[in-house]
Design a protein. Structure first.
Length: 511
């Protein structure tokens, strides 16, 4: 059971008094004719029309919203309410509503309550457009005061400063309160929705078909990650929350759906960081008869289009860096980038042992895992030396085969695959391949992945026999792409933690 504070106990007492008087504190129905923004716009239009005709503007509205401030001034009271479109002032006067009703408002209504108010719009002497209230009623009583920074003036003139919701963890844990008191947070999620809409608009305009693939899968695959496991009682089998859409989307290419995409949730049972959450939103698309170079061009067009649609510009700011998303983006081969930043030529070290020794010799203060595969050591060099320097949008391309089991090899170079990752602001934004469509080669790679990794390695890639069976029917050459929508949102909105762009991020259990 909840333990109520002294303020909450006062509000609960008011709730009992309301019910004792037969007043429903949580009525079933509400009425609203205008939002706050619509009411202000309607009054301004009537005001403009009245100025030309010499008449007094008459605008009657019914508003609804949450009370954010109350000022009691004898026979009159003011309040500000907030709805999804903004704030507006209410004006109560005993002459119109009666002293008893005004006293009822002053005594029984609190900041945080939802109210319905109807009356005429007017402009105060200070110029603020306001609703002159003729009638009102309670829509929902707030038992707990909102944790917002606000001043409340009491009847005796005392100003009470209410505590602010400033702790980032508390904001993430109580997102409902965060949204209620911080309009800028609501704007983040409106823009996030606009980003997803823009991505869909772009892909739809290019002839891609949006599809849905299973979230519960009998076998996980398409990425290197530890899955969440569950059990299906009726089927009597273990299942996994998907870590990627890839293998199912590519099955659709076999079925002659040539351009497909999905925007949805992936689940990876791994660490939490400023750019990782166990549950995240992913965009993946697969494009028959395309390669990674065509996907590269489409990627820069899509991201720049999304920025323009949502922000009205392709030039953004992230952590004080001015970043230009306008195509074309820089292209940099992985080998050259690692050599330039670490001094190590990965092509000169064909085994994990040789590469590990080179790293320790060149950088004795670094601590790569001595048991890591060659591919993981290359990934270590990338994250330690190259990635932090990739501020402007850059396509890093041509990756080692042993960390890209689903990508097609570069012609004439079987140990390097046609893969790119786009980096900007010092972190990875997306990942793409010229996809492997040779079922025999793919089967061999699955076997290699199983052999090269320890039995309990989180990144061990299971062999998917059904996927191989689909490939054996014939899969067209294709290019594939994956991007975290959360990271794109972080980039475009200059947010430095994934928690800031997730409504309900994963958090440790509250003590």
């Amino acid at each position: 059971m909840a333990e109520y504070t002294s303020l909450e106990k006062i509000r609960l007492q008011k709730l009992e008094e309301l019910r004792a008087e037969g007043i429903e504190a949580y009525p079933t129905r509400a009425k609203r004719t205008h939002t706050s923004a619509e009411a202000i716009a309607a009054f301004e239009a009537a005001e403009s029309e009245g100025a030309s005709s010499g008449s007094t503007p008459q605008v009657q509205v019914t508003l609804a919203g949450r009370i954010r401030a109350i000022r009691v001034m004898g026979k009159i009271s003011f309040a500000h309410i907030e709805d999804g479109n903004g704030k507006i002032q209410l004006f109560f006067r005993a002459n119109e509503i009666g002293k008893e009703r005004l006293d009822f408002f002053n005594k029984m209504f609190d900041i945080g309550d939802f109210i319905q108010a109807e009356g005429d719009m007017f402009r105060t002497k200070t110029g603020e457009i306001t609703l002159h209230v003729h009638d009102f009623r309670l829509l929902a009583k707030s038992v707990s005061p909102l944790p917002a920074a606000k001043d409340e003036t009491l009847e005796d003139g005392t100003i009470v400063r209410h505590a602010a919701l400033g702790d980032p963890e508390l904001r993430a844990r109580q997102r409902y309160a965060d949204l209620a008191v911080n309009p800028d947070v609501r704007e983040i999620f409106r823009k996030r929705a606009a980003i997803i809409k823009a991505l869909r608009t772009f892909l739809d305009s290019k002839g891609f078909l949006e599809v849905e693939t299973p979230i519960l899968q009998p076998l996980y695959g398409g990425a290197a990650a530890r899955p969440f496991e569950t059990h299906h009682n009726e089927l009597e089998q273990d299942m996994y929350l998907r870590i990627s859409f890839e293998l199912y989307l590519k099955r659709l290419l076999v079925g002659n759906l040539e351009k497909v995409y999905e925007i949805g949730r992936d689940f990876r049972n791994e660490g939490v960081s400023f750019k990782h959450n166990p549950e995240f939103t992913q965009l993946e698309f697969y494009w028959a008869y395309a390669d990674y170079l065509q996907v590269m061009a489409l990627t820069e067009q899509m991201v720049s289009f999304t920025a323009q649609e949502v922000l009205g510009t392709q030039k953004i700011s992230y952590k004080s860096h001015e970043i230009d998303l306008t195509p074309p983006w820089k292209r940099l081969e992985m080998r050259d980038g690692i050599l330039e930043t670490s001094g190590i030529d990965i092509d000169e070290h064909k085994t994990a042992e040789s590469l590990f020794n080179a790293i320790k010799a060149k950088h004795p203060n670094k601590t790569p895992d001595p048991k890591a595969t060659r591919g993981k050591l290359i990934d270590y060099l990338l994250s330690e030396f190259l990635e932090p320097r990739l501020i402007q949008p850059t396509f890093l391309y041509n990756y080692p085969r042993d960390i890209s089991p689903l990508a097609k090899s570069l012609p004439g170079n079987p140990m390097t695959v046609e893969r790119f990752e786009a980096y900007t602001a010092g972190f990875e934004l997306c990942n793409a391949f010229t996809e492997l469509n040779d079922p025999l080669d793919q089967e061999q790679r699955f076997i290699e992945m199983g052999r090269d990794y320890e039995a309990d390695d989180a990144e061990k890639h299971p062999l998917d026999e059904d996927y191989l069976r689909a490939m054996r029917y014939g899969m067209p050459p294709n290019g594939g792409f994956g991007m975290g929508v959360d990271r794109l949102t972080m980039l475009l909105l200059d947010k430095h933690s994934i928690r800031e762009v997730l409504l309900f991020p994963a958090l440790r259990k509250e003590e």
